[in-house]
Design a protein around this ligand. Structure first.
Ligand code: TRP
Ligand code: ZN
Length: 875
């Protein structure tokens, strides 16, 4: 690989800062081209002895003036470096004043202070604050912030920063100012400011202790009608954190700002969250049911950070999962309490398997607490977030609800106002409950997904059932040898009537958690007069790959009778995967074997069950998930097999699908039952279209009618997607119609781009090229870029086209994006890291794409690290 290798930061090298900054006073004169930043920092030495050099982080800053204790610093007292400033032989305590110039419009990285869509916004996590002023930009430096913003009254009537607004005023030339103070000391990554012409939607919340909090959501004037879901979710999240964790909000005001220009989902800046508009704005006409659910969980996630992340923050970035894993666990549980727990768990596991399992099995695998990085932004990963949440969930499972809460209480009691580590969290859980989690800590340090093998046998003579569990974790980069991890395996044993049998270990229980601590252990269950069927890893009690001993008959039985929703779903999926793998291996195999057909028939007949859950049961596994189960991903064969199974299920049950389609028609409502019914109905429509039975014309007629008449985006988009991706004579008209209707709604136009880039057709590559030069396309808006490139990379037969054209196209776009937005470029590049999973020609083509990127002039540190780790040894 060419280019310079960026410095590697290692967890073991952590050193406490030699100085603390107790107070920072910031003053910003906001101009899109040239913003002037004044900062006054109060330094105090914390190291026991004087230091010769104190490094301040600073990036892309034009230093105008530097003073210490009121005196301009002499040449001999400081040095400017690539990474900031070195203060030479600083005194024990001093005040540093700096003036610097920055360029918000030119800042397309969306890190630091940027100007986009007429607004000034900041994004400081992880290391963006150093692009605003010289600072100790590290999470273990907590300071009190006072911030004054100056801007033209006209273009920026609204001036926001963290905490409380203390004073405002007018000044010369039509400018005005506002001063904000945050009473809570915080690390710089939680700093935020916003200035622009924004409308506000206000509401009130009374905390459990009776304090009134003003809730504000800032959006474009025309979007004020689309904030109800966000506001309602916020209030429910606030109540939930009081009820479940005893945590109240701690400021008088909670502000949320929505923007189209954002790299991630949202950001938990103290008292002033900044959100990707996608997770704020929703109306029935523009947002789908899953958009609504996304808003609920991201609003809750950022709110929950106020305690897990802000009040208790991180010592260093290796501890990222301390806030992210824990906060994802909290938002998942919140959503489970708001909606259907079973359906929520299935969705969470589906996401974990789709993103984290492949990451853990490839060259980018890393522990939940990483050991080294060169660009921390590359570690906002499914492993840190989703696997991190699973680790917290296992602790919850091992302790039980009440004990987990005691652990959390102790964690807050000990560490409120401090910057701490994952170790501190685990220790609080142990100490509050007199438990020993020494072995459990391996989950944080060891990468890779354990394979859990289960073997069971019933002994009719002894009336006992023996279950043997075995674990093994495959090697990952830098970790060739793995130790066993403690795996909580929730199980029940079912009799032939589908009832859970009593387990004699604890009187009255019929479900228990086995803790597999060794490589292999066995458990004997006695007093079982009749054979039993084991239901293993209920609720997906650990993030492992389970290989169980069940035959088709047992699996079919569980798919119908298991009272654990996750395992019932899992058994159905397993039957489908097995049928699909057989069809992949031999295209002459019957696509719909009897066992699967009977389970589907039973689910279709089960009108009692929750429609959202039935929709989960009846949906086929994704092509990527099928590929995950193969040694080498057979791209086209998987696509054909899945299409074939869709068609067979569609045709076999055409009457049932049609019946569901008609019976489930309803006027739009937003309750959980209605959402489930829409989901099931749209699944029925997709099977009807896939069936390609004699009445294909009739089927697309249904889709066209649904597209034209829908009173909500869920139904409209479902029909639009089916029509756009199954081309027929008026597909072009429908594409145009959709664009014309929605061109003023960026979030809807993102869907329009994504649907086209996701079409599983050879023409999609050319279509994607056209879309990249469409007038509505904008390289500076990550949502728009992801709509095309994200959807493209998730489109297996197009991205992995045998001739390598998908990879070449894709890499060229990433190369282009890297100049504007390295964070998003690096994130989008990760699918290219999965080359080992494909056949030799594809491996070569993906390797060539990575190599092309590696040779890019001015390659960012972000992208360089992803490429280098993806393709080790190819220097
Ligand atoms: N802390 C944010 C969250 O998970 C994530 C985030 C938002 C982020 N913007 C970012 C991370 C920019 C890195 C860079 O809630
Ligand atoms: Zn988060």
């Amino acid at each position: 690989m060419s280019g310079s290798k960026a410095a590697v930061i290692r967890r073991g090298d952590y050193q406490a800062p030699s100085y603390q900054i107790s107070e920072i006073v910031l003053d910003l004169r906001l101009d899109p081209e040239n913003t002037e930043v004044y900062a006054r920092l109060h330094f105090q030495r914390t190291a026991p002895a004087p230091v010769t050099e104190l490094h301040l982080d600073g990036e892309s800053l034009e230093l105008l003036n530097l003073q210490r204790d009121g005196q301009v610093l002499a040449e001999s007292e400081y040095r400017q470096t690539d990474a900031g400033l070195l203060l030479l032989n600083p005194p024990e305590a001093f005040i540093l004043e700096s003036r610097a110039r920055i360029h918000p419009t030119a800042n397309t990285s969306l890190s630091g202070l940027y100007h986009a869509g007429g607004q000034f916004l900041t994004q400081c996590e992880a290391e963006g604050f150093r692009r605003i002023t010289y600072y100790l930009d590290r999470p273990d430096c907590l300071a009190r912030f006072t911030v004054t913003l100056h801007a033209p009254q006209n273009s920026c009537p609204v001036l926001l920063a963290n905490g409380n607004c203390m004073a405002t005023g007018d000044e010369e030339g039509g400018w005005h100012w506002a001063r904000w103070e945050d009473p809570y000391p915080k690390p710089a990554y939680l700093f935020a400011m916003v200035a622009g012409d924004l409308a506000v939607v206000r509401d009130q919340y009374r905390t459990a202790s009776g304090r009134d909090v003003t809730l504000e959501i800032y959006v474009d004037e025309r979007d004020t009608g689309a904030c109800a879901q966000a506001m309602d979710s916020l209030k429910r999240a606030m109540r939930w954190d009081e009820e479940v964790y005893g945590r109240e909000y701690d400021l008088d005001r909670y502000m949320i700002v929505a923007t189209d220009s954002f790299n991630m989902g949202a950001m938990e800046n103290k008292g002033l969250n900044i959100f990707n508009a996608k997770y704020v704005l929703a109306s029935p006409e523009t947002a789908t049911d899953s958009d609504y659910q996304g808003i609920e969980s991201v609003i809750a996630h950022e709110y929950f950070h106020n305690w897990t992340g802000n009040r208790v923050t991180l010592r260093d970035w290796f501890q990222l999962s301390l806030k992210e894993g824990l906060t994802v666990f909290r938002d998942q549980e919140f959503s489970a309490d708001q909606n259907s727990r079973g359906v929520q768990r299935i969705g969470d596991v589906r996401r974990l398997r789709a993103a984290q399992f492949p990451e853990d099995a490839g060259p980018l695998a890393h522990p939940v607490r990483p050991d080294a990085y060169s660009e921390i932004n590359n570690f906002y990963t499914a492993t840190v977030y989703e696997k991190g949440a699973e680790l917290v969930r296992m602790i919850h499972t091992l302790l039980g609800k009440a004990q987990f809460r005691q652990g959390m209480d102790l964690y807050f009691e000990r560490h409120d106002g401090h910057a701490v580590t994952i170790e501190d969290f685990v220790a609080a859980m142990e100490d509050a409950n007199q438990r020993d989690f020494s072995a459990f800590r391996r989950w944080y340090s060891q990468a890779g997904t354990p394979v859990l093998r289960a073997v069971g046998s019933y002994d009719p003579a002894r009336h006992s059932y023996t279950l043997t569990l075995h674990q093994e974790t495959p090697a990952t980069p830098g970790q060739p040898v793995k130790e066993p991890v403690p795996i909580p395996v929730r199980i029940a044993l079912l009799n032939t009537q589908g009832q859970r049998v009593p387990l004699d270990s604890v009187v009255g229980t019929s479900e228990t958690v086995l803790l597999l601590e060794q490589s292999e252990q066995s458990w004997v269950f006695a007093n079982l007069p009749d054979p039993v069927i084991p239901s293993i890893l209920r609720g997906f009690s650990a993030p492992v790959r389970l290989q169980d001993p069940l035959d088709d008959e047992a699996r079919s039985f569980l798919a119908r009778h298991d009272d654990d929703p996750f395992n019932r779903w899992e058994s159905t999926q397993d039957l489908a995967v097995k049928a699909l793998l057989a069809a992949v291996a031999d295209s002459a195999t019957t696509p719909l074997p009897g066992a699967l057909r009977n389970v589907i028939a039973a689910t279709l007949a089960d009108r009692q069950a929750d429609p959202a859950f039935r929709a989960e049961l009846l949906a086929l596994p994704s092509e990527d998930y099928i590929g995950e189960q193969m040694p080498v991903v057979a791209v086209e064969a998987i696509h054909r097999a899945r299409d074939g199974l869709m068609r067979a299920i569609g045709a076999q049950f055409a009457n049932e699908w049609m019946g569901l389609y008609h019976d489930l028609a309803a006027v739009y409502q937003r309750d959980g039952l209605s959402i489930g019914r829409r989901r099931l109905r749209n699944l029925a429509l997709s099977y009807l279209i896939a069936s390609e039975s004699g009445s294909h014309e009739e089927m697309t007629l249904h889709a066209r009618q649904q597209y034209a008449q829908a009173d909500n985006m869920t139904d409209r988009l479902a029909a639009f997607q089916l029509l756009a991706q199954h081309p027929h004579h008026d597909a072009e008209d429908i594409l145009l119609d959709f664009y014309r209707k929605w061109h003023e709604y960026p979030l809807v136009i993102d869907k329009w781009f994504a649907v086209q880039a996701a079409a599983p057709r050879p023409q999609t590559l050319r279509q994607a090229e056209h879309l990249l030069v469409h007038p509505a396309f904008d390289w500076r808006v990550p949502n728009r870029v992801r709509a095309i490139l994200g959807a493209f990379a998730a489109n297996p037969t197009v991205f992995h086209a045998a001739d390598g054209s998908g990879y070449t196209f894709y890499a060229e776009q990433i190369r282009r994006l890297d100049d504007l937005n390295p964070q998003t470029a690096a994130r989008l590049a990760t699918p290219l890291s999965r080359w080992q999973r494909y056949d030799a020609p594809r491996q070569q083509a993906m390797g060539a794409a990575l190599k092309m990127l590696a040779s890019k002039p001015g390659l960012s540190r972000d992208l360089a690290e992803v490429i280098q780790r993806s393709h080790p040894g190819k220097d």
